[in-house]
Design a protein around this ligand. Structure first.
Ligand SMILES: [Zn+2]
Length: 207
């Protein structure tokens, strides 16, 4: 059973009295001197993904951008707020915090990917979810065009992993991202976590 709002408030009180005292200095330093994370992570809104828990990271370690299906739009996309929010956060991490690594972390059983699989580009987008999902349709097309090869993976996992590769390739359509990658100041990575086991698979980047 997931925690209720009231339980979260109690949890915070417990944090104040039990965990915070021994980490007060860490909080004070971060809270007064600013952040300097080395890794930018783009992951899904899904409540079952906790990048810090999966990696042992702590407060101040990860700059995290969350959106539906952990997607990075291409530079050709001009679809408004959702696109701008994601790219503004990524740009801040890359240009101002100068992170050295960008990780796209996707996952099994992603509702966003399931929606991508159920949608085609002839379907008119009539709400915000559909508009966002339409941005990811090209990843599904790429998967379809390459799906002749035999795979042990489920169609969902194949589509989700193609979407991660598509996001990594989209990075290179943004001049400010491409120049960082080409000068070896920024490394791109694709990760895929199995929610049922907690195991992360490191994907080989396919451009
Ligand atoms: Zn998801």
């Amino acid at each position: 059973m997931a925690m209720t709002y009231e339980a979260l408030l109690k949890g915070h009180q417990s944090f104040i009295t039990s965990s915070l005292p021994e980490r007060a200095q860490q909080y004070h330093t971060l809270g007064t001197q600013g952040q300097s994370p080395r890794v930018l992570m783009i992951t899904c809104c899904d409540s079952r993904i906790d990048p810090c828990e999966l990696t042992g990271a702590s407060v101040g370690d990860l700059f995290i951008v969350r959106n539906v299906a952990n997607f990075i739009p291409s530079a050709e996309t001009t679809d408004g707020i959702a696109y701008d929010s994601t790219m503004a956060a990524i740009q801040y991490a890359v240009l101002h915090l100068e992170v050295s690594d960008l990780v796209v972390l996707g996952h099994t059983q992603c509702g966003g990917i399931a929606a991508v699989m159920d949608t085609d580009d002839s379907t008119p987008a009539t709400n915000e979810i559909q508009q966002w999902i339409q941005l990811i349709i090209p990843a599904k097309k790429r998967w379809h065009s390459e799906s002749s090869s035999v795979s042990d993976m489920s169609p969902h996992d194949q589509c989700a992993q193609h979407a991660i590769q598509y996001s990594l390739n989209n990075c290179m359509t943004h001049d400010w991202l491409r120049s960082r990658v080409e000068s070896n100041q920024l490394n791109l990575h694709g990760w895929y976590v199995d929610l049922a086991t907690g195991q992360i698979q490191i994907l080989e980047h396919q451009s």
